[in-house]
Design a protein around this ligand. Structure first.
Ligand SMILES: C[S@@+](CC[C@H](N)C(=O)[O-])C[C@H]1O[C@@H](n2cnc3c(N)ncnc32)[C@H](O)[C@@H]1O
Length: 283
C-alpha cells in the first residue's frame, strides 16, 4: 500500500512534498475509525486532498479531522477542523479489549499511550485496590489492567468530564468488567480523599498531576506505589518530576524511592511526557 506522501504527490506541488505528515493517529477498528492528523500551514490549500487520500488508503476510516494547536482546558481536548465528515464515535480495538470513545470532540484518548498502559498493567499484583487515575478519562488504564490481572480487587476511577465518564460506563460493560471498577463522576481533589489506604495510585495528567501529588502521598498505604506523570525536557527528562517528589516526601517525612523511570512519549518539540514509579515508605 502506498504511503500518504506517495498518494498525494501527483496532487500537490513538488516543493511541498516534504511537508506531508509521515504519521497520523487512527482510532477505531475495522467497523469504523477516525483519523486525526496535524497538517502544517504550508499545506492549507491541500488539506482536503490529504483527508480524502487518507480515506482512500484506509478503507475503515470514515472521518478525518485535523488537529489544531495543543491540548486545552481541564478535559485536555484539542480543537479540530473536519476534513472528511463522518462519524467520530468509534470503538477502538486494542489487544483483547475495546474502548468506545469520541476522541476528537468529547473525551481524551490516545492510542499512543498503549505501551504505557501495558507497562503499568504488568506491575499490578492480585488483590490490589487501585485509585485510577484521579483522571480516568474513558477508562483505558482500568480496562488494560483488568484484562491482564483479573484478580485485582477494585479500581476506583474518578473523572470530571461527563462525556468521558459516560463512555467509561459503556467501556466497563463492553469489556464485561462490572463489579471490578467503581466509576465516579466528579472532581478528584474532593473525591480521592474518601479512598485512602489503597495499594496503587495512577496520576496520568502530565500537566497537572503534581497538584494531586501531596494528597496522593498522604492517601497511599505504607509501601504502596504511585505512578506520577509529569513533563520533562530533552536534556533532563526526570529532573523536575524527581525534584517535586523529593520536596513533597521531605515535607511529609516519608521515605520515597523512585523504582522506575520511563519516557512515555513525545509531548511537544523537545518535551516528553514522563512517568516515575514511586514506592512510598511511611514509617
Ligand atoms: C490526560 S487525560 C487522561 C485520561 C485517561 N487516563 C487516559 O489515559 O485516557 C486527563 C483526564 O483528567 C480529567 N480531569 C482533569 N482534571 C480533573 C479533576 N480535577 N478530577 C477528575 N478528573 C479530572 C480530564 O477530563 C481528562 O479526561
Amino acid at each position: 500500500m502506498p504511503t500518504l506522501k506517495e498518494a498525494v504527490k501527483p496532487l500537490i506541488p513538488r516543493e511541498l512534498w516534504d511537508k506531508v505528515p509521515r504519521s497520523f493517529d487512527i482510532i477505531g477498528s475495522r467497523s469504523g475509525a477516525v483519523a486525526i492528523i496535524e497538517i502544517p500551514p504550508e499545506l492549507e490549500d491541500y488539506k482536503f486532498v490529504i483527508g480524502e487520500a487518507i480515506v482512500k488508503l484506509n478503507k475503515h476510516v470514515k472521518a478525518v479531522v485535523r488537529r489544531i494547536g495543543a491540548r486545552e482546558g481541564e478535559f485536555r481536548l484539542y480543537r479540530y477542523e473536519v476534513l472528511v465528515p463522518g462519524p467520530t464515535e468509534v470503538i477502538h480495538k486494542e489487544d483483547n479489549y475495546l474502548i468506545k470513545v469520541d476522541p476528537p470532540t468529547k473525551a481524551y484518548f490516545s492510542p499512543r499511550d498503549q505501551g504505557d498502559r501495558e507497562d503499568i498493567a504488568r506491575q499490578v499484583m492480585p488483590g490490589e485496590v487501585i485509585l485510577y487515575p484521579p483522571f480516568a478519562g474513558v477508562g483505558p488504564y482500568a480496562i488494560t489492567i483488568l484484562k491482564r490481572q483479573s484478580s485485582v480487587k477494585l479500581i476506583i476511577a474518578i473523572e470530571l468530564n461527563e462525556y468521558a465518564y459516560y463512555y467509561m460506563l459503556d467501556n466497563i460493560k463492553l469489556n464485561r468488567l462490572e463489579g471490578k471498577v467503581l466509576p465516579l463522576l466528579g472532581d478528584a481533589s474532593r473525591l480521592m480523599r474518601l479512598f485512602c489506604g489503597v495499594d496503587r495510585i495512577i496520576l496520568t495528567l502530565p500537566l497537572g498531576a503534581h497538584r494531586f501529588l501531596m494528597q496522593s502521598l498522604m492517601c497511599i498505604k505504607d509501601g504502596g506505589i504511585i505512578h506520577f506523570y509529569h513533563l520533562g525536557t530533552e536534556e533532563n527528562p526526570y529532573g523536575e518530576a524527581e525534584g517535586l517528589v523529593r520536596n513533597y516526601c521531605g515535607d511529609l517525612g516519608y521515605d520515597c524511592q523512585v523504582i522506575n523511570r520511563r519516557i512515555v512519549r513525545d509531548y511537544a518539540p523537545y518535551v516528553y511526557k514522563v512517568r516515575l514509579d514511586i514506592r512510598v515508605g511511611k514509617f
